[in-house]
Design a binder for this molecule. Structure first.
Ligand SMILES: Nc1ncnc2c1ncn2[C@@H]1O[C@H](COP(=O)(O)OP(=O)(O)OP(=O)(O)O)[C@@H](O)[C@H]1O
Ligand SMILES: [Mg+2]
Length: 288
């Protein structure tokens, strides 16, 4: 998950997709690359002996194991915990060898499994809002890149710069990196300005703009503050956002599934269908 603009909803989308995956009973790892550690705070894992900063310095299986803990949400969602120390590792020009360390570490995840343990079905990486070593390491390690934006002027230009970074990484370093799409977050249905910016995004990104937009709902902040998955926050706003995340997850799995690494089958989901209705669409909401 990336954007080169702060506060647009990267962490919210990581947490929402983890929550949707949990609802489907899929094992997920969240990797918190942001020195602000917002994803770690809301996932509320137990203390660990190491953090992602140690993994980036020494990508050995023992260090990887020490940096991962089950979240407070469930044993099905684990966290590779963030740390303020990541800030000092966010070199703007780190060199190829350092950029590859995260991918090398993540490739060892399978070797950490106990005999009765299931592999992760999804690894979600929450990037900081900058294009230094942290975000670029994620792009080199990832199979897919999901851009997040708000429907506002500066956010749209941030998404365009982020997309250029994805394309550059795909050309130069990671040919397997699939652009999964652009998620438009914090949408207010009746805002003319928002509709204008969404049209502008469609002009720039075409079909990469996800047909599922995420509405602006207080429930998002409430659930995050209570360290709860949005799917377990039972208000009408949370239900609306949860449904959008179910659809987004289904869409991401379909697009990401075209990559050659997709090996682990996902359970079917009755709550999604191929028409991908937009929960922020007034006609759709009236029908609901
Ligand atoms: N759909 C939404 N409805 C209401 N509030 C939202 C929504 N999405 C995000 N927020 C709130 O907006 C703030 C910023 O969101 P978030 O932390 O996910 O952004 P970010 O892109 O990860 O930020 P940063 O660049 O600082 O890492 C948070 O307080 C979050 O709760
Ligand atoms: Mg964040």
């Amino acid at each position: 998950m990336l954007s080169l603009k702060g506060g647009v909803g990267k962490t919210t989308v990581v947490l929402g997709l983890a929550s949707a995956a949990l609802r489907r009973g899929a094992r997920t790892l969240v990797v918190d690359l942001d020195p602000q550690c917002n994803a770690t705070a809301t996932l509320d894992p137990a203390d660990t002996e190491a953090t992602l900063a140690d993994v980036l310095e020494t990508p050995r299986p023992s260090v990887l194991r020490a940096a991962i803990a089950p979240s407070g949400w469930s044993d099905e969602v684990d966290v590779m915990v963030g740390s303020e120390e990541l800030e000092s590792l966010n070199d703007p020009d780190p060199g190829q060898r350092r950029l590859e360390k995260l991918g090398r570490a993540l490739a060892e995840l399978g070797s950490l499994l106990a005999e009765d343990e299931l592999p992760y079905q999804m690894v979600l990486m929450d990037c900081p809002p900058s294009l230094g070593r942290l975000t670029r390491s994620a792009l080199v390690a990832a199979q897919g890149a999901l851009l997040v934006t708000e429907p506002t002027l500066y956010a749209v230009s941030g998404a365009q710069r982020a997309f250029e970074a994805v394309e550059h990484t795909r050309r130069e370093q990671n040919p397997n990196l699939v652009p999964l799409g652009v998620v438009v977050n914090k949408v207010r249905t009746h805002s003319y300005e928002h509709q204008f910016r969404i049209a502008e995004l469609r002009e720039s990104f075409g079909s990469l703009v996800m047909p599922v937009a995420l509405p602006d709902r207080l429930a998002v902040q409430q659930a995050q503050g209570a360290c709860m998955p949005i799917h377990q926050w039972h208000t009408p706003g949370a239900r609306e956002v949860s449904l959008a995340f179910n659809l987004l997850l289904a869409r991401v799995l379909r697009t990401g599934g075209r990559g050659r690494h997709q090996a682990i089958a996902w359970p079917d989901d009755d709550d999604t269908d191929s028409t991908d209705p937009d929960p922020t669409d007034p006609a759709q909401r009236a029908a609901d």
